[in-house]
Design a protein around this ligand. Structure first.
Ligand code: 8X3
Length: 264
């Protein structure tokens, strides 16, 4: 069995001339930013893409990644990202991380705006970025497309309908894509984390209410960190190309199911 050691699998040194290149969306914070750090540490050349240029620039200075602005809800913006990336050279991996949860209402009082935004970022955003980059991935002879879904795609829970539906939709996209692109030597990977304590996930979900966001993690000894998830992403991307890790599900030990969280 392959040891869980993200940097160990034949990675070139950072800035090696023939480094593999990845694009990471939603890279301005949380799992996206951690993924940029981990990929750079494993020798990948990385374009860190998101809407917030100031954050991307700090990350670029820290890691040596390239910053690129993208709004995955905007087709022209995605096409601009594709141009920026492909003008600089071949691309080997796309990490569809942009998205998240917006709202935690039960269906009885669901807000259309929240549901539409979640569908537009998680599902349509992943589709737009993937559709745009597939020709470039194919022309390089091999490619990887990774989707950051969630354990919310695996089981529904109260107040999670919109997010669970969006993540299940994104998961279905990944599963269909795997069937469609295997003949083009493109592997499709899904990483589905449970509770990850990041700066913004719960804050976005709970409309900026910091106290409510803090309660999500209250008493949980060790939620996953963004770096934990990034390690899983790099592990899957660094596996030899004939190894398609279809799905990695990772949860904190304290979260045996989305709705069953051990709190001290
Ligand atoms: C987030 C996981 O536990 O909030 O992607 O549904 S959970």
């Amino acid at each position: 069995m392959t040891q869980f050691s993200p940097a160990s699998i034949g990675s070139p040194a950072p800035d090696a001339p023939n480094a593999l290149r990845a694009v990471v969306t939603g890279a301005s914070s949380g799992i996206g930013a951690a993924t940029v750090r981990a990929l750079r540490a494993a020798g990948w050349d990385v374009t860190a893409a998101a809407r917030r240029l100031d954050r991307l620039q700090s990350l670029a200075e820290e890691t040596g990644a390239t910053a690129a602005v993208v709004d995955v809800t905007d087709q022209q913006s995605v096409e601009g990202l594709l141009r920026t990336v492909t003008e600089a050279g071949p691309v080997h991996a796309v990490v569809n991380n942009a998205g998240g949860a917006f709202g935690a209402d039960p269906v009885a009082v669901a807000k259309d705006d929240d549901w539409e935004y979640m569908y537009n970022t998680n599902v349509l955003g992943s589709m737009r970025v993937t559709r745009a980059f597939l020709p470039a991935l194919r022309s390089g002879g091999q490619g990887s497309v990774l989707f950051l879904t969630s354990t919310a795609a695996l089981a529904a829970y109260e107040g999670g309908a919109g997010y669970c539906a969006a993540k299940a939709g994104q998961q279905a996209l990944a599963r269909a894509l795997r069937l469609e692109e295997a003949a083009n030597n493109i592997r499709v990977i899904e990483v589905a984390p449970g509770m990850v304590h990041t700066e913004e996930f719960a804050l976005n979900r709970l409309a900026g209410d910091q106290d409510a966001a803090d309660r999500v993690y209250a008493g949980v000894a060790l939620p996953l960190t963004a770096a934990d998830v990034a390690d899983a992403i790099v592990f899957a991307l660094n596996a030899p190309h004939h190894v398609n890790i279809d799905q990695i599900v990772l949860r904190p030990l304290a979260q045996a199911a989305n709705h069953k969280v051990l709190r001290g």
